[in-house]
Write a protein that binds this ligand. Sequence first.
Ligand code: PMP
Length: 315
Amino acid sequence: MAGLPKYAFFEGKIVPFSEANVSIATHALHYGTGAFGGLRGYWNADKEELYIFRPIDHFTRLLGSSKMLRMDLPYTPAQLVDILTELLRTENMREDCYIRPLIYKATPTIGVRLHNLDDQLAIFALPFGQYLEKEEGLHVTISSWRRIDDNAIPARGKITGAYINSALIVSDAKAAGFDDALVLNEDGHIAEAAAANFFIVRDGVAITPPITANILEGITRRTVIQLLREELGVEVVERNIDRTELYICDEAFSCGTGYQVAAVTRVDYRNIGTGVMGPLTSRLRDLYFDVVRGRKPKYASWLVPVYHPVREAAR
Ligand code: PMP
């Protein structure tokens, strides 16, 4: 990390980041028995406000992942939002940032299992700009790896151990000179990008794989579906996507908290559409940035302000 955070929420309280440390015998470190989230905070300079984007949805998904891991954490999503806003105020975060909550099997022990282990929550935040260098036009490949299957490791949970799958996909794609990769599920349909959900546009219809296609149930995906339908009047269909549809579709984009809305303009040396960001992707991107920075009052309920709390109304 470029600069370390000053504070973290760790073992039930906010402490200096340097004191938030775990033992090398921690269960999660050995067996991948953790789950995490990734949220963004967007700084609005006019309003001198930091907006956390859809934290209730992110924490609801995190607690869902914790259930898959047989964890019983003593927090509601709303309580986690309160902890997070207090942390961000303590950190005095006044710029765009990335927020990382992590839940993990904390017991220092040997033995692969999910039961009879202590569960802990940690959260920290750090300044963050663009995650991808080329949000305006990614050249992707189709990964030779397959997406993890729900009957092996739940893809709809954000399980730490499962991210070996994404790490293999990213590093092999980068080593081969691509910006990112799309990964097929065991059925041979496109699941998603390494750490983002995926859409194509054909004849004015936006198409994205269903949540039963071994994808993460992305908060950005949900946001984009609503914005396409409500604001841009675009039909959205959730169905399987074949890889050759990429060669004939008009536009494609990946979306996620980190990626935001990133145009995918080439796949395996073939242009997608005309090989530059398509008009619908471009309009959606502009709209997305307006929404996350608090410039669209209609969607204010998705934002939790850190410094001028009207949080009850936001829920
Ligand atoms: N798929 C995967 C595998 C991811 O890691 C992410 C990033 N969290 C996403 C999709 C997008 O999810 P979200 O929009 O909730 O960030």
